[in-house]
Design a binder for this molecule. Structure first.
Ligand SMILES: Cc1cc2nc3c(=O)[nH]c(=O)nc-3n(C[C@H](O)[C@H](O)[C@H](O)COP(=O)(O)O)c2cc1C
Length: 323
């Protein structure tokens, strides 16, 4: 199948996405500035970084800042994590009342110890009854569509993605994303798409969104061929390369370096607007990814580790992109 046939609008419940290329939630990476950039470059949908449901209900200023980003392009999903059905339900209702997003996504895939030790994130794949209660409660609490993101299972000996997806299907969720790794695999090794075989059939009319190591049109064709998935979620492939979306939807056959520098500058300026002076530090992960592969990057990396002057960072970026 041609890539053009695989990229198309996608419906999540009542929400129509302009296309099925989705920016993955990535804590510390996909803040408002990066989401806005990726949307402009053709991502059909963005999901927020994972947000603590408890933090919302406790009125944590930091948490509330993560869900109320004034320039957010819609449609947009906020991803919640937690282990209590009631708390997640209340947090989702809080978000819906304020019209902060179009879809609520529930995190059932986070591998990080401090999350799973409380029974949230991927730990929910070990407690499917609680996971079911969470999804049923959130679905009941809000009118907007609810989606769920999980992994293959806890580890290689406990791959339960098919049963877990079937469980979720019974709760009324309107989309399911699967990152094709186990919790124990973290982000290492290759994503194991083979475990997603024909998984879209299990989901029926609910779109399955495939995720894990998608970075080229060939990856899209392959994961679709194996799983039948209707949506494609891109995470690390977009860091330092947000134009991956426009390239995939065929809107640009490759930007020139001047255009790339323009997007770099916009990204940096909007990061500063969003986070103030702290934005310089937060941008570092992007900065090094943008510069990756350019000659002389090792030396400049060392210098930039301690650089807090935005003007210097911009001029280094310009030099790297425009020569
Ligand atoms: C730095 C980082 C932070 C992440 N944070 C989240 C998160 O907040 N919520 C979530 O569901 N997944 C999170 N993920 C996982 C990604 O959404 C995605 O599932 C994973 O990176 C695999 O996709 P990729 O190979 O395209 O990167 C994170 C991944 C990375 C690398």
């Amino acid at each position: 199948m041609l890539l053009n046939d695989l990229i198309h609008p996608l419906t999540i419940g009542s929400v129509v996405l302009p296309n099925n290329l989705i920016l993955a939630p990535m804590a510390g990476v996909t803040d408002g500035a990066f989401r806005s950039l990726c949307s402009s470059l053709g991502a059909g949908f963005c999901v927020s970084e994972l947000v603590s449901a408890k933090g919302i209900l406790m009125g944590s200023r930091q948490t509330l800042g993560m869900i109320d980003f004034p320039f957010q392009k819609r449609p947009f999903a906020i991803q919640l994590f937690g282990e209590s059905p009631e708390v997640l339900g209340e947090a989702a209702a809080y978000i819906e009342e304020r019209n902060l997003c179009d879809v609520i996504d529930i995190n059932m895939g986070c591998p990080v110890s401090k999350i799973v030790k409380n029974g949230a994130g991927c730990a929910l794949m070990k407690t499917p009854k609680t996971a079911k209660k969470i999804l049923e409660t959130v679905v009941r609490k809000v009118r907007i569509p609810v989606s769920m993101k999980c992994r293959l299972g806890w580890n290689e000996s406990n791959i339960n993605v098919v049963d877990f997806v079937k469980m979720a299907m019974d709760t009324g969720v309107k989309a399911i994303t699967v990152h094709a790794r186990t919790r124990d695999a973290g982000y290492s090794g290759l994503a194991q798409w083979k475990y997603l075989e024909n998984l879209q059939d299990v989901c029926g009319k609910i779109p399955l969104i495939g995720n894990g190591d998608i970075a080229t049109p060939e990856d899209i064709a392959k994961i679709h061929e194996i799983s039948g998935c209707q949506g494609f979620m891109i995470g690390r492939g977009s860091i330092g390369r947000p134009w991956i979306f426009s390239e995939m939807i065929g809107e640009s056959k490759g930007l020139d370096s001047k255009e790339k520098f323009g997007f770099f500058r916009r990204h940096f300026v909007e990061t500063l607007m969003e986070h103030g002076a702290a934005g310089v530090l937060l941008f570092r992960v992007h900065l090094f990814a943008y510069l990756k592969g350019h000659p002389g990057v090792a030396a400049i990396r060392k210098q930039l580790c301690f650089e807090s002057n935005p003007a210097v960072i911009l001029s280094v970026g310009k030099q790297f992109f425009e020569g």
